[in-house]
Design a protein around this ligand. Structure first.
Ligand code: 5GP
Length: 126
């Protein structure tokens, strides 16, 4: 179910539980600002999620409230993960859903990284 990205942060969301180690994940990369792990339901041959360690509901919340260090660290982590996975030369796609109309399901900011095959033109389907 799509979430309302204007609501306060919910400590019981699934990615908060992953960050606390309460739910297992297949970690790709971790540093002080970010955790990257494989999506449980991959939509491409490579589908990695990168999340900030701070409590941010969405890109909107993060871009408005996170510190410059958090934003810089997170953006660098996304690039690092894609680079280390060998995605730069073949190419990759980033996606961050925000709120109801985007169908954001988990209310903790996450950037999807898709790669591993030609992804075609960007589609916006209703
Ligand atoms: P959204 O629709 O919010 O942008 O994407 C949420 C993503 O989180 C989906 O691609 C979904 O497969 C993934 N996801 C949901 N629950 C879990 C989980 O427990 N573990 C992992 N690794 N991914 C999850």
């Amino acid at each position: 179910m799509a979430i309302d990205a204007t609501l306060p942060y919910d400590d019981d969301n699934i990615f908060a539980k992953i960050l606390r180690g309460e739910i297992p994940n297949k970690t790709v990369y971790e540093d002080e600002h970010a955790l990257a792990f494989h999506d449980i339901n991959p939509q491409a041959p490579q589908h990695i999620l990168v999340i900030p360690k701070g409590k941010y509901v969405s890109w909107d919340d993060f871009s408005a409230k996170a510190s410059d260090a958090e934003i810089g660290g997170f953006v660098r982590a996304v690039g690092h993960v894609a680079r280390e996975a060998g995605m730069v030369e073949p190419g990759y796609r980033l996606l961050a859903n925000v709120g109801h109309d985007s169908h954001q399901e988990v209310p903790h900011l996450h950037v999807h990284i898709f790669s591993g095959k030609p992804l075609g033109p960007m589609l916006v389907r209703g």
